[in-house]
Design a protein around this ligand. Sequence first.
Ligand SMILES: Cc1cc2nc3c(=O)[nH]c(=O)nc-3n(C[C@H](O)[C@H](O)[C@H](O)COP(=O)(O)OP(=O)(O)OC[C@H]3O[C@@H](n4cnc5c(N)ncnc54)[C@H](O)[C@@H]3O)c2cc1C
Ligand code: FES
Ligand code: FES
Length: 1370
Amino acid sequence: MAEGRLIVFFVNGRKMEISNPDPEMTLLQYLRQNLQLTGTKLGCGEGGCGACTVMVSRYSPTQDRIHQQSVTACLTPLCSLHGVAITTVEGVGSLSTRLHPVQKNLADAHGTQCGFCTPGFVMSMYTLLRNHPVPTTHQLETAFDGNLCRCTGYRSIIDGFRPFTRGGCGMGDSCCMNETTTTTTNNDCCVTTTNENVAGGCCKGENCCTKEPTNEGNNIDNTINGYAEETHSATTKFSPLYDPTQEPIFPPFLKTQAMRLNKEALKFTSGRVTWYRPTSLTQLLDIKKSHPDCKLVVGNTEIGIETRFKKQHYPVLVAATHVPELLTVEHTDSGIKFGASVTLVTLESVLKEAVNDLPEWKTSVFSAVMEMLRWFAGSQVRNVAALGGNIMTASPISDLNPLLMACGAKLQFISTEATTRDVTMDSTFFTGYRKTATQPSEILLSVCVPYSRQNEYFYGYKQANRKDDDTSIVNAGMRVVLNEDCTVQEAALAFGGMAPTTVLATKTSSALVGRKWNEELLSLACQTLAEDLPLSDEAPGGMIQYRRSLTVSFFFKCYMDILQRLHKQNQALDVLKEASHVSATQPMKRELAHGTQVFEAVTPDQPLEDAVHRPLVHQAAYKQTTGEAVYVDDIPTSQGELYMGCVLSTQAHARLIRVDPAPALAINGVVDFVSHKDIPGSNIWGDGNVVFASDEVTHQGQVIGVVLAENKTLAQRAAAAVVVEYETLDAVITIQDAIAKDSYFPQPHSIQRGDVTAAFAEVEHVLQGEVHIEAQEHLYLETNVALVRPGEDGEMEIFASAQSPSGVQENVAKTLNVSRSKINVRTKRVGGAFGGKQARVYVIILPMVVAAHKLKRAVRCQLDRNEDMMMTATRHPMLGQYKVGFNSDGKVQVLDVNMYLNAGITSETSNGVMEKAMFNTDNCYNIPNLSTGGELCKTNLPSNTAFRGFGGPQAMVVAETWINHVASFLKMAPEKVREINFYKEGDLTHYNQKLDHVTLQGCWEECMERSDFSTRRREVDKFNRENRWRKRGLSVVPTKYGMAFTAVFLNQGGALVNIYSDGSVLVSFGGVEMGQGLNTKMIQIASRLLRVPTSKISITETSTDIVPNSSITAASMSSDIYGEAVKEACETLRTRLDVHQKTRDDVTLSWEELVQSAYKARVNLSASGFHIVPDLGYDFQTNQGRVFSYFCFGAACSEVEIDCLTGEHKVLRSDVVMDAGKSLNPTLDIGQVEGAFVQGYGMMMLEQYKVRPDGTLLTRGPGTYKVPTLGTVPEVFNVSLLRHARNPRAVYSSKNAGEPPLFLAASVLHAVHDAVTSARRDAGLQDIYVTLNTPATPDRIRLACSDRFTQQFQAAEKKSQTAKDWYVDL
Ligand SMILES: Cc1cc2nc3c(=O)[nH]c(=O)nc-3n(C[C@H](O)[C@H](O)[C@H](O)COP(=O)(O)OP(=O)(O)OC[C@H]3O[C@@H](n4cnc5c(N)ncnc54)[C@H](O)[C@@H]3O)c2cc1C
Ligand code: FES
Ligand code: FES
């Protein structure tokens, strides 16, 4: 066979021809490295974040149609691109040409913060519009199930895109515009069009929420006591104006040559890997014959992970993407036969068509597969991943295999001799972990998914931690055929996640045959399923009791659904239980998130050019949407630049016996190995951390040495080749280990107020309890990255994605033993940080500077996601123990809290975190006698670090736990107990700070009012009475958050403002832009004082040679500190200009003329400003002195619904009221509130950081560590900034909103607790109080609900004392 050696494809309209491309190169690498198209970002490299999304277009000559698909460039092999056109974010629009409506709308809707995820969202939306110019809201939601944003909370992103949808109504799915029938009317809105391509048409005319509001672009409501509010609902303000005819055309070359290009067989080789692309079955079988061990590849979504992260090496890859027999879809008498390479998205659309066309009884298998596909990966993965790939991966948690096994799908294999073999997928097909009964010479040709029969019932179930884009914990396919008399004729129950393979519950299946569909059968099934599906104590995956309970819970759902159907057909042989049991079968559906944002409008007399308090768009928003915003790894490479690969410890605690870099150094292109021996200064940084391990490693992920090579691939391959031998030592991993081994750092402080012992003796009631708050990973979308360039005389220029450029400067100087003035650290922007780029950045920057110093060459490193997660640590896990004393009236009189923090291997930030936790022990409650303190546990984990809230949220979770406990004991409403104990104006905290400007009650009442709490409480109670297996919960939670660095010296900051002679202004200050909008706020302040439009003012970067000794950008203090510093500098300049103007009072000068005139008159047009937060200085010894500058207050009310049988939940609605003072920029602050709330929601409900008992991290990327997605945020999400809030202690009366709102997500946790309480009441367990540890994942919720299905497996407690859990609570 003649094989081509060239691939031809287009990128943004440019033709690319590559001869013999490297089979291991991804599209992402090619775009970023070869084409310098850096708008496409690397967020994870595993298809889990969507930051690398691009659009692939291909022409189908047979259909005469262009197919456009979003794909993840990180998993797309370069070799696979022959004949396609790629569009990246740069090809969509740019600042220099025109912004695409998608880009403009996203920016205008405040849908960007750090901007790292933004190009990915733009590309997903762009692709959706190219396929559906006016999509439905459902299509909109599905398009983003593979995109993560860690900053915004998603609501603003959706609001930016919603106007493109049919109707674009703020009512979400309830909008009648989503109807496809002709004019329908309801009370709120009506639809007058059915034209798919026309957006709009609501009968409410100008009042429709899709319309541009008339009053200055916002709905202004002046009705509340003269208070002017701006209310933004879903779609105000943005006009999509999307015109598909304006899009670039598909390259004519690809169209005319499509047939030839598609038919061309290809072969490329790098020496290490060879890539074949056969275009006929014969060619494929020939290749297979000559390379029996070759790997077929279609979507590369499995192989890409195996080669990149599991370091598998497949020397021969065969693309099975262009073999017609593998791509056919054939409707047969027994079902639909799909070629093995048919993608999941095609599978879904073919099944959808069949479900629409065929009788319902015939398509129950198809419906179940379609429903399963809805929750399978993200759309970028489904667009390319194949049915055959899923089957042949033979994963025990494959989502399709249980369904295919239960329905008895027929697989056809073909051997290299061209003989075919038909195999039914049954209990013999999977022979072991990731093994099948396939012969080595065979490949999978096709899969026939059968029609269902009359009286056949088919169900699919999937339970994951997160509903969308998550792998299953347990899944199942269930098929039951009933006889006329309702006895079972056939049954097949297949399960995933219960064994090393997908398994059939054979015993149960046969036990059911011949039995009547009644309670007896249910009991029997529960018993036999337990026998069919045992799990050992140490089974991989853990959660033994939960997983076992799920198997019977799923069966119960199936049982109830069939019973209901029989009932409807009047065939009920068993009385259907009370109506409330029907709730077992209802699917958990949700609407696209929407909500309103309310804030104070500026007064009409505020001059137009005065930008302060106005809802300005983030300064970098537009360039973020076009991919032109530059992050560190987007800086072009310089000559001689090297890449650094890290050699990391794979042991938690061990002596280093041998470190041998020889095999790495033998690789061509590897330059050097650098270790502790090369450090010119100190190997120690911070509180005992080492730059490189020397004799001993003390945690997994610790840097032992680094390899420098010509590029990233080589550096990482070489780092993996370094030989390290260990002698394992005892390790301490968990808080419980540390307690048992007395492994603590000194923790001198505690706070005492009143006489705790005496108070406990006097109160009527005392309760004790504890709650465990687990780790939280930052998962900033941009991993740690730096670029280091050595200069003359020991100078070093460092581009770092760091929260503290000055901190980097200090530690680099110490490591290299040079003065700080030689080190210049520059930070333009950071792609998300949340505390994680505070201290932990040193783990890569310090080895980099040692290498750059040694080799006198520039060094670059961006950690891969798995490295970043292994090296950089998390929020401190906490075990909070409490003893609370109170009287029957609900007033808490005394509290004793003891907190254990898992600090990791050094105490680094842990003392500060513990102090903050102690200061937040009270949350909002005035407790006359209070004792708080705890221990810092020293463990063999990376040193735990700052994370938004810095210990405060953990302590407040403890506080709300004992409040709930008290309420439960007294049988009082928790909100009542909260209110009884609230602080009032003038009260003293337990650290003796007098509270003034207390807005707690205001936030609380506004929240109660806006959320309509009392009405909804009644509705929730009614719902719970009517539903046994679905429960709702409602909770309202307050917060008080003190503002200031507790380390007093950090409360300082400087700024430098330069006015250039053309009138342009450059503002520099010590703070770092991380997405929070700090630069925008500083520009607003400068604009007011200088009296110039914001367009004249720019901020380029934070740099240690411009503003020295800056404090870290953290603790939500930056706009307070730097705002005042910028203000001071601008005031100085304005005064100089005003004085100069007076000398020219004969003429009125424009700004430019004034500046020019001042310049000529030799007026100094540069000024610095400096600010310290006054009056701070607390002393732990005396418990006196001011800790905080001021306090932020807030309250949130959340309503949830849980599925008691699976533990799944959804947030129906959250209403947040936050005191942001007189906000400097209300929409930025609302963005912070939403982002913090959703991140807090992740902490409380979703994000489970899993570590093996030996310290090995299991969750190393978004595939395993689940952060909130668009599909998990509250369906209705309303945020209001408190009315009339003022703050005399910060710039222009503002307050900061970065950290304080995070804790308010505890309202979701407590709403879930409320729902669980109702389930327990139904189960007769109301008297036993349960605590929900965080994150309250489905397993915790399910087991807390406790019923016959969970109790059946209670005995699943460890049988063996030596058995180890799969993962441990840190
Ligand atoms: C972000 C992400 C999310 C995911 N989510 C899910 C999920 O929710 N549920 C789930 O089940 N899986 C999930 N997966 C796993 C994976 O996407 C699926 O298994 C997918 O169907 C694999 O298809 P592919 O074409 O990409 O496989 P590839 O990676 O191309 O191949 C996978 C394996 O199948 C073999 N193979 C392919 N075709 C044939 C053939 N014709 N004959 C013999 N062997 C063949 C290959 O040699 C290889 O061993 C996810 C993966 C990612 C990256
Ligand atoms: S970088 Fe490709 S999906 Fe995350
Ligand atoms: S703006 Fe989405 S991750 Fe930062």
